[in-house]
Design a protein around this ligand. Structure first.
Ligand code: ZN
Ligand code: ZN
Length: 681
C-alpha cells in the first residue's frame, strides 16, 4: 500500500533472504526489528524476511541471567573500550565474554549455513561479534552484515567495534558519533529510527493535532509498570479543565483497574488502556506524550509528530534519548512530578507558544518512513551484482541460486554430532580423487569436517626416495601448490556444504621393519612441515601450529595388505604423553588395544578411493569450528566412532553424483584383498 509512494517497485527481481537478529532487552531492539521486517514485506515481493531473538531461543528460561550479562557488558563497555576501538580485536574482553556463549554461536552458525541469507541485520550489537567469531580466519562471509543502531547520540562503541558493511542510525547526531569513531561516512546512513510503516501511513492519512480555542488538549500518559503511576500527576492533569488524558499502562490488569478507578471522576476526559496495539494512532492524535526515555517510545513519538515530556530516564542508553529530545527541541525533560505539571502548563500557556515550538521541531525531524527508507537502501545494496560485500573475495557462485525453494529451517531441531574424517588422500599422493573431487564427495555425503592428509616421506632415505619416485607420496616441490589448493577449497567447502576443510599431512616414517615404521598424521596445518625431522620434533612442530599429531594405524592391521607400522605403539611410554590422539580404527580395522590403554582416539577411513568411504569415522559433539573440533579430540570427550554407510546421504544426492563416484555396487562385495593396492595408507 505504501509501496507506490515510496517507489520501491522493481528495485529487485531476485528472491532475497534477510535475517534480522534482535533481543528483547528493552531499548527498542525488537521494535526496530519488526518494523524493518514489515517495511521489507511492504516494499518487495519475493523477499523472505525472518526476525529471530536468538538469545531467547538459545537460553529460554535462563534468558534473565544472560540478559543481565548483556546489560553488564553494555553498561561496562564504555570503560572497557574507551576510545581504543582501533585496538579491538578478537582477543578483547567483549569478544572473550561472548565467546563463552557457545550455544548462541553454534545456533547462529547453523542458521547461517543452512539458510544462506543475503543480508543479516542486527538490531542488537552483540550478534556482530558472534558473526565475526564464526567468520574469522579462513571462512568467507557471503552476506551483507548490517547494523541498525537503536541508540541515539550516546551510541555505545559496541555498536561499531565489530565492523559492519553498513550502519543505519536514527539521526545525523548519531552518525557523527560513528564518523568520529572512525567509521567511514560512506557506510553510515542516517535514515531515522525504523518505526512501524504504520506511522508512515498515519502521516499520510491522519491530520496532526493543532491548538484551537476551546478544543481540549489531548495528553497521552505512558505508565511504566513497576515504576508506578503518579496519582499526583494524574490528579493535577485532570484538574486542568482543558486536558483530555489517555493513560496506557501495558498488560497489567491490576494496574489498569487501579488507574481507571483513580481517573473515573473525570468522566469522558480520561480513558485507560492496558495493552493496546493502537499506540501509533494514540500518538498521532495526541498533543503531547508523557513517557520515560525508552528508545522505541521516543522514536515513535517523533515519527508521530508528537512532542514529548520525559518523566524518567534510566541511566545508560536512555540518557542519549533524553539528550536527543533536548538537542532537537521536540520536548522537555521533567525532573519531578511537579516539573511534569509545570511543563504541561508552560506548553499550553501564552497561546501555546512553547508547544508550537516543539511541534514545529518534531514535524521537521519526524521520519515516519525510516523503516521503508532503510529497507530501500538495503535492497539497493543487495541488488544488482549480487551480495558480495567483501571486495576482492572469491566470486559468488550463488547469484543464480534457485529461489523460494530454500526456506528457513525449524530453528530448534536437535543438534547432530559432527561427522568427521581426518585421514584422506588425494591425487597429490596416491589417492584417486583430486582435492576438489574429494571435497564434493564428502560434501555431498554431508560430512561436517574433512582433513586431507597426503603422504610425505623424507627424501633422504632410500624407502622415501622410492616412494617419491613411484608417486605414492607427494614430491616436496608440490607442497606449496598442495596447501594453496586446499586453502582455496576451504572456502568452497564451507560455502557449498557447510563443511570444515583442513589441510594436513601424513608423515610416512618407514623403516626396514614394521617395528621401526610409523605413520604420523598432522591435522589442520597452516604451513608445510618438512618430513625429515625425527618423530618427536615433528609432533612438536605440528602442535606449535595448533595442529593435532595423531598416530595413524598404530596397531596390527588385519584388513589390509599394508605393512604394519608399530613404532609408535611399541614406544607408547615415550609418545602417549606427546600425541593428541591415536587411530582406534582405520578403514575396516579396529584396534582394541588403543581403547584398552585408554588412549585418546579418533577413527578414520584412510581414504584413497570412493569405496573407502564405507569405513570407520569419528563423531564429535562440538561446535563446527576448527578450534572446537581439535579441542574436542584433545579432550577426548563427547566423541564416538561410527561405521559409515551411504544410507546417510539422501537418495537425491546420490543420484546427482557424477559418474566418477558411482562405484559398481558389486565392487564393495568383492574380496577386499583383490581390490586393495598393497601400498595404500
Ligand atoms: Zn598410512
Ligand atoms: Zn593414509
Amino acid at each position: 500500500m505504501v509501496t507506490s509512494v515510496i517507489g520501491l517497485e522493481g528495485v529487485l527481481g531476485l528472491m532475497r533472504k534477510i535475517l534480522i537478529l534482535t533481543a528483547g532487552f528493552g531499548n527498542g531492539h525488537n521494535a526496530a526489528a519488526f518494523s524493518l521486517r514489515d517495511a521489507f514485506l511492504d516494499s518487495v515481493q519475493d523477499t523472505q524476511v525472518e526476525v529471530l531473538d536468538l538469545i531467547k531461543l538459545c537460553y529460554g528460561a535462563r534468558c534473565e541471567l544472560v540478559k543481565r550479562i548483556f546489560l553488564a557488558i553494555v553498561n561496562h563497555t564504555p570503560r572497557l573500550w574507551g576510545c581504543a576501538y582501533r585496538a579491538m580485536d578478537q582477543t578483547s574482553i567483549m569478544a572473550r565474554l561472548l565467546r563463552r556463549l557457545h550455544k548462541l554461536r553454534q545456533e547462529l552458525f547453523r542458521i547461517l549455513v543452512t539458510t544462506e541469507p543475503d543480508a543479516v541485520i542486527s538490531t542488537y550489537p552483540a550478534y556482530n561479534y558472534i558473526i565475526d567469531q564464526i567468520y574469522e580466519s579462513y571462512r568467507e562471509r557471503r552476506f551483507h552484515k548490517i547494523t541498525v543502531v537503536t541508540d541515539s547520540i550516546s551510541v555505545n562503541s559496541i555498536w561499531h567495534a565489530s565492523p559492519s558493511d553498513y550502519y543505519f542510525v536514527p539521526n545525523d547526531l548519531s552518525a557523527k558519533v560513528l564518523h568520529d569513531a572512525g567509521v567511514p561516512p560512506a557506510k553510515v546512513f542516517a535514515c531515522g529510527f525504523p518505526v512501524s510503516p504504520w506511522f508512515y501511513e498515519l502521516a499520510q492519512t491522519q491530520a496532526t493535532p493543532v491548538i484551537t480555542h476551546g478544543e481540549p488538549k489531548r495528553i497521552l500518559y505512558v505508565v511504566q509498570h513497576g515504576n508506578g503511576a503518579s496519582s499526583q500527576v494524574i490528579e493535577k492533569l485532570l484538574a486542568m479543565p482543558e486536558i483530555e488524558l489517555t493513560i496506557v499502562c501495558g498488560p497489567h490488569p491490576k494496574l489498569e483497574r487501579n488507574l481507571a478507578r483513580r481517573s473515573a471522576h473525570a468522566g469522558k476526559r480520561a480513558r485507560v488502556f492496558g495493552w493496546t496495539d493502537r499506540m501509533p494512532e494514540l500518538l498521532a492524535t495526541s498533543h503531547l506524550v508523557i513517557t520515560k526515555a525508552g528508545g522505541a517510545m521516543v522514536q515513535e513519538a517523533l515519527a508521530a509528530r508528537c512532542p514529548l515530556i520525559i518523566n524518567r530516564i534510566i541511566p545508560g542508553q536512555e540518557a542519549g534519548n533524553a539528550a536527543l529530545i533536548a538537542a532537537l527541541g521536540v520536548g522537555a525533560i521533567a525532573t519531578s512530578d511537579d516539573d511534569v505539571i509545570a511543563l504541561v502548563r508552560n506548553a499550553f500557556d501564552d497561546d501555546a507558544k512553547l508547544w508550537h515550538f516543539w511541534k514545529s521541531a518534531v514535524t521537521r525531524h519526524s521520519q515516519p518512513d525510516a523503516a521503508l527508507r532503510i529497507a530501500r537502501v538495503i535492497l539497493e545494496k543487495m541488488g544488482g551484482a549480487g551480495p558480495n560485500p567483501q571486495p576482492g573475495s572469491a566470486s559468488r557462485e550463488t547469484s543464480t541460486r534457485p529461489s523460494a525453494a530454500v526456506s528457513f529451517p525449524a530453528i530448534l531441531e536437535p543438534r547432530k554430532p559432527l561427522l568427521c574424517d581426518f585421514h584422506t588422500h588425494t591425487t597429490f599422493s596416491d589417492g584417486k580423487l583430486t582435492v576438489r573431487e574429494l571435497v564434493d564427495f564428502y560434501g555431498q555425503r554431508r560430512f561436517d569436517c574433512l582433513c586431507i592428509t597426503d603422504h610425505v616421506a623424507e627424501q633422504s632415505s632410500l624407502i622415501g626416495r622410492v616412494a617419491n619416485l613411484s608417486g605414492l607420496t607427494m614430491h616436496w616441490n608440490r607442497i606449496e601448490e598442495y596447501f594453496d589448493t586446499i586453502a582455496r577449497e576451504k572456502q568452497r567447502a564451507w560455502a557449498k556444504y557447510g563443511m570444515v576443510l583442513m589441510a594436513g599431512l601424513e608423515f610416512n616414517k618407514d623403516g626396514i621393519s614394521k617395528h621401526s615404521s610409523a605413520h604420523l598424521l598432522a591435522v589442520d596445518l597452516h604451513t608445510p612441515i618438512r618430513p625429515e625431522a625425527h618423530l618427536k620434533l615433528l609432533v612438536r612442530t605440528i602442535q606449535q601450529q595448533h595442529g593435532l599429531a595423531v598416530a595413524a594405524h598404530p596397531h596390527v592391521m588385519k584388513g589390509r595388505w599394508d605393512r604394519d607400522t608399530l613404532y609408535l605403539w611399541e614406544h607408547q611410554d615415550e609418545f602417549a604423553g606427546l600425541l593428541d590422539a591415536w587411530e582406534i580404527a582405520n578403514r575396516d580395522d579396529i584396534f582394541n588395544p588403543v581403547g584398552l590403554q585408554r588412549l585418546p582416539y579418533i577413527a578414520n577411513s584412510d581414504f584413497h578411493k570412493p569405496k573407502h568411504i564405507y569405513s570407520w569415522k569419528t563423531l564429535l559433539n562440538c561446535e563446527k569450528h576448527p578450534d572446537a573440533i581439535k579441542q574436542c579430540i584433545r579432550d577426548n570427550r563427547d566423541i564416538a566412532i561410527t561405521l559409515f554407510r551411504d544410507g546417510d546421504a539422501p537418495a537425491a544426492l546420490r543420484a546427482q553424483e557424477p559418474a566418477i563416484f558411482a562405484e559398481p555396487a558389486s565392487a564393495f562385495h568383492l574380496d577386499r584383498g583383490q581390490l586393495q593396492l598393497p601400498f595404500a595408507a
